[in-house]
Design a protein around this ligand. Structure first.
Ligand code: ADP
Ligand code: 5GP
Length: 186
């Protein structure tokens, strides 16, 4: 059976860090590169971290029915999972790993059902979430606030997922995540 893992969390909880760690240790997983309309961060690579699109191009791809799911996660910032990404990864006989927002994660679960394991990464506290967003150094005060404000809604989604991993100590969280992924993929 073709399988997939969804990692979801409020922005700043550590999901990108944990997904990268998983990808380094397992070669049976492949990352679903999403399309998005936010600007590229300094260390990001177009086509590897995201396909960075203009809002116009993104809307065109919505019209073309190219997405499995998409969300306007923040005002004027669209993010979406491309159907072609999933096909490409399954054709290569790998499991798909997604890093997507909570609403996208719920939609992927509806779509893929038992083929997917959805894991919510929970920050140890709201204060720590704020500190991580600030500490990452990629955001302005304004975008930190947008992200932090949305985390109130995102944290309420916790119960909708198959599993929860608290990301307090990174190594402990990674071990827990790895166990859940191993169990699901074996
Ligand atoms: P997300 O993808 O959920 O937005 P990131 O993976 O970008 O989050 O992590 C946000 C920031 O927090 C990054 O600077 C990352 O290095 C840091 N971070 C991640 N996990 C931990 C942890 N367990 N303890 C301390 N800092 C962490
Ligand atoms: P960031 O701007 O920090 O990379 O991502 C912001 C939020 O958008 C995160 O919660 C991230 O997981 C989410 N995201 C990334 N790609 C997708 C996607 O394809 N679909 C949805 N729904 N959310 C996504």
């Amino acid at each position: 059976m073709n399988k997939a893992i969804v990692i979801t969390a409020p922005s700043g909880a550590g999901k990108t860090t944990l997904v990268k760690m998983l990808l380094e240790t397992r070669d049976d997983l492949s990352f679903s590169v999403s399309a998005c309309t936010r600007s590229k961060r300094a260390k990001e690579i177009d086509g590897k971290d995201y396909y960075f699109l203009s809002v116009e191009k993104f809307k065109k791809r919505i019209e073309q029915n190219d997405f499995v799911e998409w969300e306007e996660v923040y005002t004027d910032m669209f993010y979406g999972t491309l159907k072609l990404e999933i096909d490409r990864i399954w054709e290569a006989k790998k499991a798909v790993i997604f890093d997507i927002d909570v609403k996208g994660a719920v939609n992927i679960k509806k779509h893929l059902k038992e083929q997917v394991l959805t894991i919510f990464i929970k920050p140890p506290s709201k204060e720590e979430l704020y500190n991580r967003l600030k500490g990452r150094g990629t955001e302005t005060e304004e975008t930190i606030k947008k992200r932090y404000d949305r985390s109130v809604l995102e944290l309420e989604f916790e119960k909708r997922f198959d599993a929860v991993v608290v990301n307090d100590n990174l190594q402990t969280a990674f071990q827990e995540l790895e166990e859940k992924v191993n169990d699901f993929l074996k």
